[in-house]
Design a protein around this ligand. Structure first.
Ligand code: DP6
Length: 325
């Protein structure tokens, strides 16, 4: 009972930042992302009679501890859905997400695991059902079921049955590019999971974050449909800044940025002042992702690479949703 699936990671333009239910992974706000072609995970799940426990290999290394625990917990959901709680699996994942890029590999990882795991055990889920299940591995992964732009609708039910992602526009609709700017320095990491919890629990700015979400979502969806790059970029950049502002007021306060992060942000704003439409967004780490249009690729890449302290710049196009190999 074996299947292999490939899933791409995604970058949020309207961020998911906060949970209303930690165990079901239900968010406090809806979010919207672009799936990226350049970053993906390929996972094979093989359920076998006679195994005494799950085994998880990531890039050919056996994984233990928390990461292993998250995978077995997620496989438990699949086993329960299929009524096959006695079956264990060998799981093998290969990440084509340069680890240093700091691009959420949990999004592509859980989307590929959900797709391969459900197929291997014989479940036939539609995209919506698959997204809802994937959400319970990692929230942002619920959006990686689809290619192009997708929206994770937060839903309102306590059982999470109406919390899943839906497609907004395909990868073919609009060729918006993303440059992942990899910085050379390292900061001590607060995981996105811990960071959003601390913010929800303690930041007085958190209600302000929630207040702006519906307007941001409504406006960015309209801008994506009409391919208004300036509008899309402005909303995404401002939404990112609002999310990061909430962390500064948390207790204890924290930030994902370092000096190089700010340097890249300023360079992006300077490029814009010089007439090149580019916008940034940042997730739970110091690296910056820059949105641009294909006709500006050369100058954007060159300018970003020239910033002292930038270790690499990885370019990506819009990517496709789940596929089975
Ligand atoms: C800042 O999806 O990694 O990247 O649901 O706890 O696994 P868990 O969190 P995760 O959080 C991603 C947060 C973010 C914004 C986003 O991708 O929307």
């Amino acid at each position: 009972m074996k299947a292999t699936a490939k899933a791409h990671t995604n970058i949020a333009l309207i961020k998911y930042w906060g949970k209303r239910d930690e165990s079901l992974i239900l968010p406090t706000n809806s979010s919207l992302s672009l799936t990226l072609d350049g970053f993906y995970t390929t996972t094979t799940v093989d359920f076998r009679e006679g195994l005494m426990q799950d085994r998880f290999l990531l890039d050919d290394q056996p994984v233990e501890g928390d990461a292993y625990h998250r995978v077995t917990q997620f496989l438990n959901l699949i086993r329960r859905l299929a009524g096959r709680e006695e079956l264990y699996a060998n799981v093998r994942s290969i990440n084509a997400v340069p680890t240093a890029a700091g691009l959420a590999s949990s999004a592509s990882g859980f989307a590929a695991l959900a797709a391969a795991g459900t197929k291997a055990i014989g479940l036939e889920l539609n995209d919506q059902e698959l997204s809802r299940l994937t959400r319970q591995g990692s929230g942002s992964a619920s959006r990686s079921i689809y290619g192009g732009f997708s929206e994770w609708q937060m839903g309102s039910k306590v059982d999470g049955s109406d919390s899943f992602a839906v497609p907004i526009a395909s990868a073919e609709h609009w060729d918006v590019r993303v440059a992942a700017v990899v910085l050379s320095s390292r900061v001590k990491k607060v995981s996105s999971r811990a960071g959003m919890k601390r913010t929800v629990d303690t930041s007085p700015f958190y209600p302000g974050w929630i207040d702006g979400i519906s307007k941001d979502l409504r406006e960015i969806k309209a801008a994506i449909h009409t391919k208004d790059f300036e509008k899309t970029g402005q909303i995404a950049e401002a939404n990112c800044l609002k999310m990061h502002a909430t962390t500064l007021a948390a207790n204890p306060p924290f930030t994902y940025w370092n000096d190089l992060t700010m340097r890249v942000m300023q360079t992006v704003q300077e490029m814009r002042a010089n007439g090149i439409p580019v916008y940034f967004t940042i997730d739970a780490g110091p690296n910056v992702k820059v949105l641009y249009l294909p006709e500006h690729e050369k100058s954007v890449e060159k300018t970003l690479r020239e910033i002292p302290g930038v270790a690499d710049v990885i370019l990506s196009k819009p990517g496709q949703g789940i596929s089975y190999l």
